[in-house]
Design a protein around this ligand. Sequence first.
Ligand code: DX5
Ligand code: ZN
Length: 222
Amino acid sequence: METGRKNRLSPSILAADFNRLGADIREAEEAGADFLHVDVMDGDFVPSISFGMPVIRSIRRESGMFFDVHLMVREPIRYLAEIADCGADLITVHLEACADVKKTLSAIRELGCQAGLSIKPGTPVSALEEYLPDVDLVLIMSVEPGFGGQKLLPESYERLREARRRIVHSGRGILLEVDGGITLENVSEILAAGADVIVAGSAVFRGNIRENVTAFRNLLRK
Ligand code: DX5
Ligand code: ZN
């Protein structure tokens, strides 16, 4: 996972061409993407359904990237063992989706994965506070989860600043990830608000993947 760089780019394969998924992932990896963001949607916690275990297992065989698996799934504790077995490195669950958040986070760690906790735009950032001792990453959703290609909600900047303040105060080396509507135009402001890990779907996989990743990497390096 250690890349030697402060910020990481985590392209979301939700926006990839599933007809050539392996090739799209390879192109993003070769161009310098750090993580691979894998969005699992259950059609219940969020309105849409994306893909699940067989896809993750298949791409794991082809890629050595750090798999950043974002579970938009109600009661994800039911699936953690299988997701870990598919090759996840980091598993992020939604605070709003778990009856017992602490138990879910400790189950992730017991499986040998890093644990992430995400909140939707309507959930106060303060709700994360009690879980900071149990997480490796916090994910601030900058759109309503469920679909790629949406516009970033402007309140996300302040929410990132608040999350960053709380992480600093915790004294723990927690990564701060942001997901939804990130583009080459707004990423610098997003980084300035305190994000470490940038998820980008459409802005990476629509168009020339190599050029898009390179352009992001140049901005992330500044
Ligand atoms: C949305 C997903 C995101 C999505 C981002 O619910 O969690 O990861 O793929 O896509 P863009 O970057 O297109 O907003
Ligand atoms: Zn996501």
